[in-house]
Ligand binder design. Structure first.
Ligand code: NAD
Length: 477
């Protein structure tokens, strides 16, 4: 059963002031499964007023009590994981096992932020004069406007909401219109755990209208956005014009380098699984495969075999290993990447087509010998297309890894400690995972450099994003 999804404003679940709705679509069938309220400016005004009040309430609650409420929310999420995962699969398409992992992982994220906020220590700086005390204290930055996308409807939201709540901030979250139900369940878990009314507000609607209204609004002190680089640049510019603090988690095009001394079996297994996870709609998905010429043919042959053997189907079917794309826009994008690559003379090794005409299924697709000006070599595919290129000299691989303006994730397989060290030092990315897939844990930094954005959504840095640093100095007291 798919739930009735509503806005959550000032502690109430309700429709939009105008009564306007948009369809929610099941990507496995293309059928409408619900009607999502479209927030109006009047709804946003109420959410902003609530966030202002909620900030005063929530920051006054000590870190220890905030921790207890958040830990309860994590427990509720664990208890409800199966129901929530089913909602996610219905609206987003990913296999149920992936949806379950995402929901349970979100509970771990809440726990981590809740615990870490109790350690948002300040410090005492030794003073030059004997009667002076110099203190550095941390304060919540204020009400947060957060914007999260449809590829991980819970995970993208929980990182922002947990960081903000842990620090003592209130939130207006614009959730993903394509996949709103599971995101709303996350907010319900926080409310049921005791987050007071006004602190956590959830809206859906026209993304451009909402961001243009929320970002400049004087109540909002911090912006956090996950989505494409193009939109991120627009929102960062708007935030800059209003001097708002910003975290930007944007697109990537992860170089995935397989050196001649790699453990090929492991590289194939881990890279292919992560390439097709969530049908490739992952900002840290391995996407530009750079494989040494000595192992290239074997790597490609086996990658193609793995791709052909994937079970593409409805995420609710336990046999499914890859679900549909999340919406029809991704089908259009895949078809256009394929047409461009073929027109430019790339070699299509498998896939390349939409499957059927019901739902948004697309074949796992592998290209080799791509001209450097093909779009797939330059733009984030965000779908089940793997681009596999050959290199002969390691320097070529380093140069290709750093060629694009993106700098989010990178992967490499090598048995050489010297090469691993060179990778760590020379690859221009916010994260690099060598000989395994170890990215996106709550306790480790998560974020990009260059056009992939700035700020972090994991580790100590993620809490800092929601804290101001204040210096207090006093004399003679
Ligand atoms: P899109 O760029 O229009 O939207 C991406 C996300 O940004 C959506 O959640 C959308 O609601 C939001 N958005 C769009 N315009 C906005 C605005 N003016 N203000 C606030 N939010 C806005 O495209 P799409 O078709 O939804 O997704 C396509 C591209 O988005 C992908 O190719 C990928 O690069 C990127 N994307 C990235 C992530 C990520 O995890 N970094 C997630 C989803 C999509």
């Amino acid at each position: 059963m798919y739930p009735q999804v509503e806005l959550h404003i000032a502690g109430k679940w309700r429709g939009a002031a105008s009564g306007e709705t948009m369809d929610i679509i099941n990507p496995a069938t293309g059928d409408a499964i619900g009607a999502l309220p479209v927030a109006t400016i009047a709804d946003l005004d109420e959410a902003l007023e609530a966030a202002g009040k909620g900030f005063a309430t929530w920051r006054a609650i000590g870190a220890f009590d905030r921790y207890k409420i958040m830990r309860k929310a994590a427990e509720l999420l664990r208890e409800r994981a199966e129901t929530i995962a089913a909602i996610m699969t219905t609206e987003q398409g990913k296999p149920l096992a992936e949806a379950l992992m995402e929901t349970r992982g979100a509970a771990d994220t809440i726990d981590w932020f809740a615990e870490e906020a109790r350690r948002a220590y300040g410090r005492i700086v030794p003073a030059r004069a004997s009667d002076v005390m110099q203190m550095v204290i941390k304060e919540p930055v204020g009400p947060v406007a957060a914007f999260t996308p449809w590829n991980f409807p819970i995970n993208q939201a929980v990182r922002k909401v947990s960081g903000a709540l842990a620090a003592g901030c209130s939130v207006v979250l614009k959730g993903p219109e394509d996949t709103p139900g599971s995101c709303a369940e996350l907010i319900k878990a926080f409310n049921d755990a005791g987050v007071p009314d006004n602190v956590l507000n959830l809206v859906f609607g026209n993304p451009a209208q909402i961001s243009e209204y929320l970002i400049p609004h004087p109540v909002i002190r911090k912006i956090s956005f996950t989505g494409s680089t193009a939109i991120g640049k627009q929102l960062a510019a708007l935030a800059g014009a209003h001097m708002k603090r910003v975290t930007m988690e944007l697109g990537g095009h992860a170089p995935s380098i397989v050196f001649k001394d790699a453990n090929l079996e492991k590289a194939l297994k881990v890279l292919s699984a992560n390439k097709y996870r969530n049908a490739g709609q992952v900002c840290v998905s391995p996407t530009r495969f750079l494989v040494h010429e000595s192992v290239f043919d074997k790597f490609v042959d086996e990658f193609v075999t793995i791709s052909k053997n994937l079970n593409v189907g409805d995420g609710h079917d336990p046999k499914t290993s890859m679900g549909p794309l999340a919406h029809s826009r991704r089908i259009d994008a895949m078809e256009s990447f394929v047409a461009d690559a073929e027109a430019k003379g790339a070699e299509l090794r498998t896939g390349g087509k939409r499957i059927g005409n019901r739902g948004y299924f697309f074949e796992p697709t592998v290209f080799t010998n791509l001209p450097m000006d093909s779009r797939i070599m330059n733009e984030e595919p965000f779908g089940p297309i793997a681009a596999i290129q050959k290199f002969s000299d390691d320097e070529e691989a380093f140069a290709e890894a750093n060629r694009l303006p993106y700098g989010l994730a990178a992967y490499a397989y090598t048995e050489s400690g010297t090469t691993a060290r060179a990778l760590a030092e020379r690859v221009e990315s916010g994260m690099i995972s060598i000989n395994h897939h170890g990215i996106a844990l709550p306790e480790t930094p998560f974020g990009g450099v260059k056009d992939s954005g700035y700020g972090s959504e994991g580790g100590l840095e993620a809490i800092e994003a929601y804290l101001n640093t204040k210096f207090v100095t006093k004399s003679g007291l």
